[in-house]
Every structure is written in C-alpha cells, then in structure tokens.
Design a protein around this ligand. Structure first.
Ligand code: DAK
Length: 257
C-alpha cells in the first residue's frame, strides 16, 4: 500500500513506520496520523507483528505538529472535532513501540516519542517543547508525560522557555534509554525490537501494561495489579515453555499464547 506521509515496512516480526514529510521536517499533520493509525490498527490484530519501531529522518524525527495546518484553527472546531483524538491512538497501542529519534523531536514530535515505550536517541537528537514560542502550550501530553519522566524542574524550564535539550541531557534526565551514533540508530532500534519480538507476546504485552500502570496509580495498587498479571501468565503456554526450556537447557520456542 502507498502512503503520502509515512513509509511502512515489516522486517520479520517487527513493523517499522518511518515518518516521511522531509520538506516539512516530518511535521505531524492530520493525514500522517490517519495513515499511521490505520497501520497501527492493522498491526494491533496481526499476530505476526510483535514490536514496532517508529522513526524519522537523520535531520528530524518530527519538528512538531504541522504549524501551517494549525494556524487557521479556531476553538469551536478543535473542540467539536476533538483535535486531540487521533494523536491518542499510539498511546493505546498494546504492543511495544520503540522510537528511534535522530535530529529534532520537538513539540508534538517529542510527545509522539514519549508515547513510545523505549526511546533510542542518535547523538544528534534534540528534544524540546517549544510551543510557548508559538503562543500555545504542549497539547498532546507534553506537560504531563515529560513531568512524570524527567521531573518538574527540567520540564518547567523546557516548557516555559522552549529551549531544546540534546541527546546527552535527555539520557541523563531519563527521557531516553540509550544514545547511539547516528549511523547505527536504525540498526540498533531494529535489534532491540527484534529481541522483544522473539519473546513471548503475552508476557511482553503484560509487562508493558504493568509498567504503564506505574504512571497512573498508587504504588500499592500497581503492585497488586502486577501480582495478578504475573499470576495470570501461569495460564499461558509460553510460561510452561519458557521455564521448561530453561530447566532443559534448550532455547524456548514460544507460541505467543
Ligand atoms: N510545522 C510545519 N512546517 C514546519 C515545522 C512545523 N512544526 N517545522 C519545520 N517546518 C518546515 C518549515 O516551515 C520549512 O518549510 P519551508 O519554509 O521550506 O516551506 C521546512 O520545514 C524546514 O524548516 P526550517 O527552514 O525552519 O529548518 P531549520 O533547519 O532552519 O530549522 C527547526 C529547524 C526545527 C528549528 C525549525 O524548523 C522550527 O523551529 N520548527 C518549528 C518547531 C516547533 O515550534 N515545533 C512545535 C510545533 S507546535 C494538539 C496536540 C499537539 C500539538 C498541538 C495541539 N492538540 C491535539 C490540541 C502540538 C503542537 C506543536 O507541536
């Protein structure tokens, strides 16, 4: 299938979406979300896809929401059409999402990266929430996710001044899992995704669900929830297989059931 704003590939059990609006530094517009959400809907129900990589170009992961598309918007339209809704699809995707970020990840671009589960950053990555310079504020979770991930002190500075943060600062702050040289970024992201895709899908999905819950509930509730999910995995084929393979000193053969 041909897309206007993204490139889509599958590599084994990994899906790869490359944001592809090079003339606009991958600015995120409605068409892009429509196309990306359609792909994610398909992959959500595809047993063969067990992890997804989202990436951009060497210069930009995404330089934010498309300012040219947003400029004429009025409040009644954004409210009635619920401007946020299509952005939300990614954060409801149940399989792991790996963001491979090179260059600019600004505004909505930074927010999209934060909707992913693991961010790998190239050494040239620049993260920021510059919306304040446009007379608005982050609108797709930036004030909330960034605060939970890197804390109030740095979030306030980034959101109130709009300054960018380089890869090293982002790693120090806990926003990115790892920095890799730009030339290795896509290979490394694929390696991470392939490792995850080789594991038991129910266990991987359960792990993602439980870590996500840590952001949304109390410690006691989170631990109770984790225990139930842990116990439920003893109902899977893959738990028997994984443990038997260990005991028998052989590699496991997961059925993802
Ligand atoms: N939107 C549209 N076009 C963009 C763009 C953007 N965000 N960023 C760059 N471009 C376009 C430029 O207009 C230029 O196009 P032409 O002029 O050639 O036609 C082309 O990409 C190359 O950009 P530059 O010439 O500016 O390139 P430089 O290397 O000089 O500068 C830059 C790179 C990233 C520093 C600069 O382009 C820049 O500052 N871009 C804007 C960054 C920004 O402010 N991002 C935040 C956007 S606001 C919401 C949810 C989310 C959001 C809003 C609402 N709801 C659901 C309610 C999110 C908002 C945002 O993300």
């Amino acid at each position: 299938m041909n897309y206007e704003t993204i490139l889509v590939e599958t590599k084994g059990n990994v899906g790869v979406i490359t944001l592809n609006r090079p003339k606009a530094l991958n600015a995120l517009n409605s068409q892009l979300f429509k196309e990306m959400n359609g792909v994610l809907d398909g992959w959500e129900n595809d047993q063969n896809i067990r992890c997804v990589v989202i990436t951009g170009s060497d210069k930009a992961f995404a330089a934010g929401a498309d300012i040219k598309e947003m400029e004429p918007l009025q409040f009644p339209g954004t409210y009635v059409d619920d401007f946020i809704t299509p952005w939300d699809r990614m954060s409801r995707f149940r399989k792991p999402l790996v963001a491979a970020v090179a260059g600019y990840a600004l505004g909505g671009g930074c927010e999209v990266a934060m909707m992913c589960d693991i961010i790998l950053a190239a050494d040239n990555a620049q993260f920021g929430q510059p919306e304040i310079k446009l007379g608005v504020i982050p609108g797709a979770g930036g004030t909330q996710r960034l605060t939970r991930i890197i804390g109030k002190a740095k979030t306030m500075e980034l959101v109130l001044t709009g300054r960018m943060m380089g890869a090293e600062e982002a790693e120090r702050s806990g926003l990115v899992a790892r920095i890799v040289p730009l030339t290795d970024l896509k290979t490394e992201a694929l390696k991470v995704a392939e490792n995850i895709a080789a594991l038991s899908l129910p266990a991987v999905m359960a792990a993602k669900e439980c870590v996500q819950r840590a952001y949304e509930t109390t410690l006691a509730e989170g631990i109770r929830g984790e225990r139930r999910v842990f116990q439920s995995l003893f109902g899977t084929h893959d738990q028997k297989e994984g443990m038997n393979a260990f005991v028998s000193k052989r590699p496991p053969s997961f059925k993802h059931r």
